[in-house]
Design a protein around this ligand. Structure first.
Ligand SMILES: O=C(O)CCC(=O)C(=O)O
Length: 191
């Protein structure tokens, strides 16, 4: 389903992209992966995030502290192939574990102008928000609760015109896994 998040800007949201039983299996396989806390370097300081991450396939230098990618595994290649059936060719991926509602991700746009960002949600339902304006004063324009097994496709125009975030929430005390796959217009390793 194509959804207009603001006049002229859309995303595609596919509820049940993985049906519940498959989504459960995938969630359990991914939650068992070895992931390490995400670290972000900002204004010379290193911050340790609550969420854990595992980059796969292609190095994605979105932050000076971003990690090197691991090799594709059969599990990750299966996900990539399945997501490519609706998103077209994809380069690399990032698996993220939000252990509970205290973990989130702040306002940002995806760096290096990906042509498309395909984002798969598994586990606890969390709100995903788009906003406009500078990072410290971003105004929310659209919000959607992303369900277990759903996929959201964000085209480059929407990624570049808006920031997005996953706000922390007291409502959730269960883990969520996100797999984000991207197609880049140029080598992501170049800063
Ligand atoms: O977990 C999510 O749904 C959002 C992830 C995200 O914004 C990102 O990886 O850039």
């Amino acid at each position: 389903m194509e959804i207009e998040i603001a006049p002229g800007f859309s995303v595609t949201y596919i509820e049940g992209f993985y049906e519940p039983r498959e989504a459960d299996d995938l969630f359990h396989a991914l939650v068992g992966l070895e992931m390490t806390h995400e670290e972000v370097r900002m204004r010379g300081r290193l911050y340790r995030c609550r969420r854990k991450t595992l980059p796969v396939g292609v190095d994605y230098n979105y932050n000076p502290a971003s990690k090197s990618a691991s090799e594709w595994t059969p599990l990750m290649l299966d996900i990539k192939t399945r997501v490519e059936s609706v998103a077209g060719p994809l380069d690399g991926g990032l698996v993220q574990l939000y252990p509970d509602g205290n973990a989130g991700i702040g306002w940002h746009e995806d760096k290096h102008k990906p042509e498309v960002v395909a984002s798969l949600s598994l586990g606890a339902e969390r709100d995903f928000v788009f906003g406009v304006g500078p990072t410290n004063k971003c105004t929310e324009v659209w919000r959607r609760r992303l369900t277990h097994g759903s996929l959201i496709l964000v085209p480059s125009q929407t990624n570049e015109a808006f920031k997005h975030r996953l706000p922390p929430t007291k409502r959730v005390n269960q883990p969520r896994v996100n797999v984000t796959l991207r197609r880049f217009t140029r080598q992501p390793g170049t800063r």
